[in-house]
Design a protein around this ligand. Structure first.
Ligand code: ADP
Ligand code: MG
Length: 339
C-alpha cells in the first residue's frame, strides 16, 4: 500500500543518452520521449535554438549562422555545455509534476571517462535531479531485453548504436568483458555517401545516406535484391541528379563497418572465460540498438560465430526499457545505501 502510494508521486526518470537518439522513461508511464540527440545553436552566441526532432530537421540544412550539433556523436561527449543543455531540455520536458525533484538514472557508454561521468551527473543535477545514478549502456540493454543478467551464466549483448557498437559479456549482474568500438550506424551512412561519390560522382547528405541504408542496406545477400532511386548533387556540373542503385552495391559499400562489428563480437568471444563462452552455445547472442536493424546483420553474425543470434523485439528501446526496470529497483538500492 505504502509502495503504491509512493510510486504514485514518484516521477523518477531513466535516460538513454544515445549518440543518435535520446529516450526518456518515466516511472509508471514508460517511454515518454524519443528524439534525436541533436542540438541546434546560434553560431556566435551559442544560444540553443532547438533540441531533438526540431534540431535534427536542421542538420545539413542550416544557414551560416546556425549549427546543428550531436554532442554525443562518437560515444564520447564532444561538447559538455551543449550536452548539458540537451540533458536539461529532456529532463524538463519529461517532468509532469514539479512537486518533487526526480531521481535520475542515465545510461552512459561503458568507456566514458571519469570526467565525462561527473559532467553527465552535474548536468542532471543542474537540470533539477535529486539524485543521479549512472548505468553502463550494455547492462541497461541486457536488462531491457530481458536477459537473466543476475544468473551465474554468460549473457552476450551487442548494442549497435549510431556512433558505437558495444559488445558485453554479462554474468552475476556484472560486466565480465566489454568492448566498445567506434563503429555503428553513422559509419554505415558515411561509407554509403563515400561510395556514391566515388562511383557516381554524386554528393548526398547524411540523411539521404541513412535512408538508403534503412531502405535497401543489408549485411547478407538478399533472397530478392532491391533497387532504389537516389537524389543528390552531381560533383562535376553541380546540378541535382537522380540515379538508381542496387542493394548489392550498398552491401559492398557497407562491408567495412559491418566486418568491424563482426570482428568486435568475435573478439569478445575470444576474450570470454571458457565457462561463460560455453553458456552462449545454448543462450546465443542478443542484438540491440538501431544499427542491429540492418537487414541480414543477425544472419551474418550467426554465420561468422556459429552461434544463435536474435535481434531484440524493440532494439531502439532496449536501453531505455532497461533504465526503467532499474528505476523500479531504486527504492531497494536506496535502502541499502547505494548510490
Ligand atoms: P544510439 O544508442 O547511439 O543513440 P540507436 O540505438 O538509437 O543509437 O540507433 C541509431 C542508429 O540506428 C542510426 O545510425 C540509425 O540510422 C540506425 N537505424 C535505425 N533504424 C534502422 C534500420 N531500419 N536499419 C538500419 N539502421 C537503422
Ligand atoms: Mg544506444
Amino acid at each position: 500500500m505504502w509502495k503504491r502510494f509512493k510510486g504514485y508521486f514518484s516521477n523518477d526518470i531513466g535516460i538513454d543518452l544515445g549518440t543518435a537518439n535520446t529516450l526518456v522513461y518515466v516511472r509508471d508511464r514508460g517511454i515518454v520521449i524519443n528524439e534525436p540527440s541533436v542540438v541546434a545553436l546560434k553560431k556566435d552566441s551559442k544560444t540553443v535554438l532547438a533540441v531533438g526532432i526540431e534540431a535534427k530537421q536542421m542538420l545539413g540544412r542550416t544557414p551560416g549562422s546556425i549549427t546543428a550539433i550531436r554532442p554525443m556523436k562518437a560515444g564520447v561527449i564532444s561538447d559538455f555545455d551543449v550536452a548539458e543543455q540537451m540533458i536539461r531540455y529532456f529532463i524538463k520536458k519529461a517532468q509532469k509534476s514539479k512537486l518533487r525533484k526526480p531521481r535520475v538514472i542515465i545510461a552512459v557508454p561503458g568507456d566514458i571517462t571519469g570526467v565525462e561521468q561527473r559532467a553527465v551527473k552535474e548536468s542532471a543535477i543542474n537540470a533539477g535531479a535529486r539524485d543521479v545514478y549512472l548505468i553502463e549502456e550494455p547492462m541497461a540493454a541486457a536488462i531491457g531485453v530481458g536477459m537473466p543478467v543476475a544468473e551465474p551464466r554468460g549473457n552476450m549483448i551487442v548494442d549497435i548504436g549510431g556512433g558505437t557498437t558495444d559488445v558485453a559479456l554479462i554474468s552475476l549482474a556484472g560486466i565480465v568483458y566489454a568492448q566498445s568500438v567506434r563503429v555503428g550506424g553513422d559509419a554505415m551512412d558515411e561509407v554509403i555517401a563515400q561510395y556514391m561519390r566515388r562511383m557516381y560522382n554524386l554528393m548526398i547528405g547524411e540523411r539521404s545516406a541513412e535512408e538508403i541504408k534503412i531502405q535497401i542496406g543489408s549485411a547478407y545477400p538478399l533472397v530478392e535484391e532491391r533497387k532504389m532511386e537516389v537524389r543528390g548533387r552531381d560533383n562535376v556540373n553541380g546540378l541535382p541528379r537522380t540515379l538508381e542503385i542496387t542493394s548489392k552495391e550498398i552491401r559492398e559499400a557497407l562491408q567495412e563497418p559491418v566486418s568491424q562489428i563482426v570482428d568486435a563480437v568475435r573478439n569478445c568471444l575470444e576474450k570470454s572465460p571458457a565457462e561463460l563462452a560455453a553458456d552462449l552455445i545454448d543462450r546465443g547472442i542478443v542484438l540491440a540498438g538501431g544499427g542491429s536493424m540492418l537487414t541480414g546483420l543477425d544472419t551474418l553474425i550467426s554465420e561468422q560465430t556459429g552461434l544463435l543470434v536474435t535481434r531484440a523485439d524493440s532494439p531502439l528501446e532496449a536501453v531505455a526499457e532497461g533504465t526503467g526496470m532499474v528505476l523500479n529497483e531504486l527504492d531497494v538500492l536506496h535502502n541499502h545505501g547505494m548510490n
